[in-house]
Design a protein around this ligand. Sequence first.
Ligand SMILES: Nc1ncnc2c1ncn2[C@@H]1O[C@H](COP(=O)(O)OP(=O)(O)O)[C@@H](O)[C@H]1O
Ligand SMILES: [Mg+2]
Length: 443
Amino acid sequence: MDIKLPSPGKTSAEDLKRLAGLSARMLQKIRDEMLEPFPRKEAPLISSTRLQELCAIDRLRFSRVLKKGELPQGLQPRPGGMRHFTLEEAMQWVRAELKPKQRKGKGKVIAVANFKGGVTKTTMSTLLGQGLALRRGRRVCHIDLDPQGSATTLYGINPHAEISAGQTIMPLIEAFSMGKPFNMKELPLETYWPNLDLIPSSTELFNAEFMLPARAVRDADMGKLQREVRAEIAALRQQLAMVSGGPINPEYTQAVANGLSKIQDMVPEANKAQTHFEKVLSDGLEQLKDDYDYIILDTAPTLSYLTINAIFASDGVVVPVVPDVLSFASMVQFWQLFSDLVTGMESRGEEHVKEFDFLEILVTRMSQKDAPRLVSTWIREVYGSRVMPIEIPETELARNSNMRFSTVYDLGGSDTSAETLRRIRIPCDSMVDYIDDKVSADW
Ligand SMILES: Nc1ncnc2c1ncn2[C@@H]1O[C@H](COP(=O)(O)OP(=O)(O)O)[C@@H](O)[C@H]1O
Ligand SMILES: [Mg+2]
C-alpha cells in the first residue's frame, strides 16, 4: 500500500481522502490479524545431557538409574543415539534425583513489577514459572495482570481473540464490586507446560481500573451515611433523656425510645473492611495457595489498581531493571511510589502493615558495553544486597524468541547453537534456583 501524490510537495483534499481510506483499511487488516488465534504451542523435549544437568548427576549415575528402569526411559530415535524426555518425564527425574524440598504450609505469591515497560517483566515472570515447574517440580500458577496480555501470548494464546473476560481475574473483581463470594479455583487453565497453569488476560481487564475504586467509593459513601444516622439517633436519645420524667407522658417517651432503637438496628455499623479494594486479589489468591507452590503475577508497567493489588498480594517482589540511565532514573520514582503505597496503608491505621519476605532487583538485558556496566555498578552501589547476584544478558536469541511467542526455555537444540542457548539459559536457570532456594529455605 502506498500513496502516490499527483503533484509532489502538495496535498489536495482528494489525497487526504485517499489517505484516510488507506489507513482505515490498514487498521482493519491489523485488527483482523490481531483476532486470529495463534498456532498451538508444544512443550520442548529435554535431551539426556540437559536432564543430567537438571538432576545434577553425571553420565554414569544417569546410565545406572536408567538401567534400573524405575524412571521414564525417554525416546531414543536410534540405538546409541541421544535420548529425549518429555517435560513431564524430566520432572519425574528431577523429583527422584534432585529431591527438592517439599512445601509445608501455603504456596507463595511472587509479583514481577516495575512501573517501566520493556524491562522484561513478562519474559522473566514466564521464565520463572516454566523454570520452577521444570527445575524443581513445583506446581505454579501464572497470572497475567496486564490488559495487554503479553504473558498470555507466550502460552500461544491470543488474548484478544481467544480469551473472554470471564476467564481472566475479572469475575473476582466483579464479585467484589457486588459484595459476593467467588470461587477462584475455576480460573486456572492448564497450559502446554506441565505443572504450569495460567490465568490469562484480555483487553477487558482494563475495566478493573473502574470497578475496583467504584466499590470503594460506594462503601465510603455508605459508611459516611451510616455514621451520620447513628450520630443523629444518639443526639435524639440524649434530648429524650432530658425530657423524660418531665411533663411529657412517660408512655410517649418510651415509644419514641423504642422507635429510635429499631431505627438504629436497621442501620448497621459501617464496615471498614469492605473498602479495602487493594486486597481483593490477595483475598482471592488465598483459595489457590493450597493447590500451588507458587503464584506468579505479571504486572502492567503502570501503578494501576491491579498492580497495587498484585503488590499487596505478594510475599516476594522481583523488580527487573535494565541498566540504562533512564531506567535507573525511573527506579527512583518506582521506589517513591512503592514506599508511598505501603506507608499510606500504615498511616490509615491498618492493623496488618504490609511486609515482604523478599524484594529482589534483577539486572536484565545486561551488555558488556561501558554505559550498561557503569549503570550496573550504580545499581549495586545503591541497592546493595537487594540486587540478585545474577545478571541476565542482552541476547539476540532472547529478543527474537519473544517475537515468536516463546521464551528461551521453549527452545530446543535444533533451534540454535548449543553455546548461544547456554549463554542465556544458564543465568535464567540461576535466577530460578536463587528464588526457589530463598523461598524453600523457610519450608
Ligand atoms: N535477555 C534479553 N535480551 C534481549 N532482549 C530481551 C531479553 N529478554 C527480553 N527481551 C526483549 O525485551 C522486550 C521487553 O520484554 P518484556 O518481557 O515484554 O518486558 P515488560 O513486560 O517489562 O514490558 C521484548 O521485546 C523482549 O523480546
Ligand atoms: Mg509486560
